[in-house]
Design a protein around this ligand. Structure first.
Ligand code: SF4
Length: 153
């Protein structure tokens, strides 16, 4: 079993309610090969909500307490992101998931690249909070972009 971002499966929308699912991910869920999870919703945030980014670091830094996740209007939502990441890890352990396909660039789900916390679409190297926690626990993370590369190669 693998975990996938809920928004990629069409199970839930993004922070603004917009739905933009990935067809290969939807197929995995329909075939009962993947479980959709949304760390931000599991962490207690709602749809719609303010856009969030990690300020001054990466998901790993958030987990170690070195930086925070804030909304575009300056609200600190770090605890929601940590609670959501821990909930996803609990589900990964429950379903013995060794792999997850998560939404690129998200402050929760992003893998390898995230926005820099300035809300200006500048990208830096690093993982979102959930991806970082899953990686620390030996779970392999791919993004929907990696899936497309695999399909096109
Ligand atoms: S990117 Fe992750 S946290 Fe954001 S809406 Fe999608 S599943 Fe939820």
């Amino acid at each position: 079993m693998i975990l996938v971002s809920g928004c990629l499966s069409g199970n839930n929308g993004f922070y603004n309610g917009k739905i933009e699912a990935s067809e290969p991910v939807k197929k995995l869920v329909l075939e009962n090969k993947a479980i959709p999870v949304c760390p931000e919703l599991l962490g207690g945030l709602k749809i719609p909500r303010e856009r969030s980014e990690i300020k001054g670091g990466t998901g790993k830094d958030v987990i170690s307490g070195k930086c925070r996740v804030v909304t575009e209007f300056g609200k600190d939502v770090t605890n929601h992101f940590i609670d959501g990441a821990e909930s996803v890890l609990t589900l990964a352990k429950k379903y013995k998931a060794k792999r997850a396909i998560l939404k690129s660039l998200s402050p929760a789900c992003g893998c390898g690249e995230i926005y820099d916390g300035t809300f200006t679409k500048v990208i830096i190297k690093g993982d979102g909070v959930t991806s970082a926690l899953l990686k620390m626990n030996g779970i392999e993370i791919l993004t929907e972009r990696d899936l497309l590369k695999t399909e096109n190669s």
